[in-house]
Design a protein around this ligand. Structure first.
Ligand code: FAD
Length: 428
């Protein structure tokens, strides 16, 4: 069974939720948020908590985008070593960015506790396995660098690792203890529930068509209504369109695809990731997996089609056989995909291209924790912090060269990276 791209397996086990109504009139607010994923909903929750009149608009419904389809892995780590982040962002924003990553797992799980968010949260660690000898060196650099900035990251090897994964696919790995997992659609819906309880308004099925200035404020026009507000915040990540000129060109939308197994037998479920760790690896075309809280395993990788096409399925089948050879492709029941946002420096960005217009995006596939952090930071800006005092720098738009041709580029890159992953020297 292939699920339609706006559905994922998570819809089957998520907390129930009444889809918000469409916006059909002209209203005003202090803040309009475009995008009801984790970024937009966390921003709304924080603003509503201090009595700011906030409206969230989504072309579909809360969690429809990546936030409700993701692997739900809480991965508190950037893609590069801390020294590089400092070099990229300098001595003020570099350390702040690192601190944001290091604390991101704790921030998410504390938020869940604070608001009694029902989302099957498990904070038992995130394992990242080395797929080759050269990637062991990468893991060593990352472990040393990030531990130096306070991340609870350590090495696990050999038999101990095999037991924690339920497979001998990797001999060396790091474990970030503050990592873990959530049911991501439940998390998104629950963020929406709490935000509404605090006074936010959310409208679904209301694609934003344009944003234009109206006196000292902004007018957001949707299919059937409009909102006038002092602030407009774009939280559209991999689904960013042309509404805000130039924003789409700052990211490359990459597709990630996933599949879920049939219900596992009790002994299969108990032997795979027995302590509830989440698992990813060092492949350029990553393999990642985790169990749900009931009886299934989810397995993911990068892909080309949000509908998870034939070659995407092949990649998932090959990955499953490599990482969990005790299972077969026939054990996979449904497939889906979604879009994440890749940035040139592999770091998230805040933009403020005009007074009152904000955007926060670019988590490079590790956005469950960082979009939670980003939402808080965006709310701090609106509540009154200056851009220079935020934890993430506010940058000018920087377009990818040849953005128009990104699909060809991504296709070629995935093929090339797959070959490099395959040719990496195996260390055993
Ligand atoms: C398949 C998959 C697996 C992933 N796995 C992981 C993982 O395990 N761990 C991890 O950390 N990260 C993972 N990620 C990345 C993570 O899910 C994202 O970084 C994060 O969810 C982004 O949240 P967001 O709120 O910024 O954007 P999204 O959740 O994508 O929300 C954007 C919203 O904007 C709305 N929108 C866009 N344009 C308009 C418009 N014009 N009008 C109205 N609404 C609009 C869309 O409808 C959408 O709901 C994964 C991503 C995918 C796709």
């Amino acid at each position: 069974m292939s699920l339609h791209s706006n559905q994922s397996f998570w819809t089957k086990t998520a907390v129930s939720y009444q889809v918000p109504e469409q916006l059909t009139e002209s209203i005003s607010a202090d803040v309009t948020i475009i995008g009801a994923g984790i970024t937009g909903l966390r921003t709304a929750l924080e603003l509503a908590s201090v009595n700011i009149n906030v409206v969230v608009i989504d072309s579909h419904e809360p969690g429809w985008g990546a936030s409700g389809r993701t692997g739900g892995q809480v991965n508190p780590l950037a893609h590069t070593v801390p020294e590089k982040v400092i070099k990229q962002l300098g001595d003020t924003f570099g350390p702040r960015m690192l601190e944001s990553y290091v604390n991101s797992g704790y921030e998410l799980f504390n938020l869940i506790k604070k608001h009694n968010i029902q989302c099957d949260a498990v904070q038992n660690g995130w394992i990242r396995g080395a797929h080759s000898q050269s990637s062991v060196k990468d893991l060593e650099e990352m472990q040393k660098g990030w531990a130096g900035y306070g991340l609870d990251i350590s090495f696990i090897e050999g038999k101990k690792l095999h037991n924690l994964i339920g497979s001998t696919a990797y001999d060396v790995a790091t474990n970030v203890a503050s990592g873990g997992c959530i049911q991501p659609l439940s998390y998104s819906r629950e963020l929406a529930r709490v935000a509404v309880a605090k006074g936010a308004q959310i409208f679904g099925n209301s694609a934003v068509k344009s944003v234009s200035s109206k006196g000292k404020e902004w007018q957001v026009i949707t299919e059937k209504g409009s909102i006038t507000s002092q602030w407009v915040v774009f939280c559209t990540n991999g689904y960013t369109d042309d509404t805000l000129k130039g924003l789409k060109q700052t990211i490359i939308p990459l597709v990630s695809v996933q599949a879920v197994t049939r219900p596992l037998t009790k002994s299969e479920y108990a032997s795979i990731l027995p302590n509830g760790h989440t698992l990813a690896d060092t492949r350029r075309v990553i393999y990642y997996s985790r169990k749900d809280n009931h009886d299934r395993l989810l397995f993911g990788s990068l892909g080309m089609s949000e509908h998870c096409n034939g070659s995407d399925k092949k990649r998932l089948h090959a990955g499953l056989k490599t990482v969990f050879p005790q299972l077969t492709p026939d054990d996979l029941e449904s497939y889906w995909g979604g879009r994440l946002a890749f940035t040139e420096d592999l770091l998230p960005h805040i933009h403020e291209p005009a007074p009152g217009i904000l955007a926060g995006l670019g988590y490079n596939g590790r956005g469950v924790a960082m979009s939670t952090v980003m939402g808080r930071i965006l709310s701090e800006r609106i509540i009154g912090k200056k851009p220079e005092d935020l934890a993430i720098p506010t940058t000018k738009f920087k377009s990818f060269s040849f953005h128009r041709f990104h699909k060809i580029g991504v296709y070629s890159a995935i093929k090339a990276y797959e070959m490099r992953d395959a040719f990496d020297i195996r260390f055993r």
